[in-house]
Design a protein around this ligand. Structure first.
Ligand SMILES: Nc1ncnc2c1ncn2[C@@H]1O[C@H](COP(=O)(O)OP(=O)(O)OP(=O)(O)O)[C@@H](O)[C@H]1O
Length: 262
């Protein structure tokens, strides 16, 4: 198996007081589906945002596809970011634009500012957008404005916008936190296909531990900015859940009881 992402001794300090991440290390293989779980404030979003440098880590190395993203200059960083798709809890779509235009926006990182501003996309890009939207079951909605969609449909547009980049990896920050259970399942099934069928690495922050255990090849458990579990969902024990979630663990164990290793 090829390692695509290596996080080595990464820390992130906000101001003088808040140490959001503390000496985080783990690696992710090509095509792997990895969930980051942990209680509120554990550092999950900060970690994800450090990977594509939406925020800068204070220390450590983040090796993506053999280069340390923390050392990249503006132009190189822009190129690396085209290989990393990002999906957000609140979708981050442009409401007044159509589904297909939002999808094509995923290619803005590869264009000159002028081509981007003028919305100049090739026939090939448009055909690819149509194909991706069809795979995601949005072919009937392509010309609707984004604000006319349900939450689940909006998140599928978020996925389409990331996929059109032809990414090596998708970073998904709480992708199902605003969705009902049925829509959440549709999104998780699509993310699973993206990893298992398309071979794209998926790294996802989740609040729902049962969902993380069901879909992931690997679980990274974080508490107070530190990795306290790194392993298969099949081997996770009640004690591991307690280490990850602290006092919140009891409710979770009740919710998903029976699927832990003994
Ligand atoms: N921009 C910021 N400035 C200062 N502190 C921050 C900033 N962003 C996050 N933090 C702090 O860093 C810590 C980790 O926050 P983070 O949002 O990464 O946690 P999380 O695990 O994603 O939480 P949640 O599940 O609630 O989204 C928290 O103590 C938070 O208050």
């Amino acid at each position: 198996m090829t390692t695509l992402l290596e996080i080595n001794h990464v820390s992130k300090q906000f101001g003088n007081d808040t140490k959001a991440l503390s000496d985080i290390s783990f690696s992710v293989n090509e095509g792997e589906f990895v969930s980051i779980i942990g209680p509120s404030g554990a550092g999950k979003s900060t970690l994800l945002r450090c990977i594509n440098r939406m925020i800068d880590a204070s220390n450590g190395e983040i090796i993506f596809d053999n280069s340390n993203v923390l050392n990249l200059k503006k132009k190189q960083l822009k190129m690396v970011r085209t290989k990393i798709g990002m999906i957000f809890q609140h979708y981050n779509l442009v409401n007044r634009l159509s589904v297909i235009e939002n999808t094509l926006h995923g290619n803005l990182g590869k264009k000159s500012t002028l081509a981007g501003v003028l919305g100049l996309y090739s026939q090939e890009e448009k055909e690819q957008a149509v194909e991706i939207l069809s795979v995601l079951g949005l072919q009937e909605h392509m010309y609707k404005r984004a604000d006319q969609l349900s939450g689940g449909q909006k998140q599928r547009v978020g996925i389409a916008r990331a996929l059109i980049q032809n990414p090596r990896m998708m970073l998904c920050d709480e992708p199902i936190a605003s969705l009902d259970p049925n829509s959440a399942k549709v999104i998780m099934d699509h993310l699973q296909n993206i990893s298992s069928k398309m071979g794209i690495t998926v790294l996802v922050n989740l609040h729902q531990v049962d969902v993380a255990l069901k879909y992931s090849d690997k679980i990274i458990g974080i508490n107070s900015g530190q990795v306290v579990y790194n392993g298969s969902p099949n081997n996770i024990t009640k004690e591991d859940i307690q280490r990850i979630y602290g006092s919140e663990a009891e409710d979770l164990i009740f919710d998903v009881g029976g699927i832990y290793a003994s």
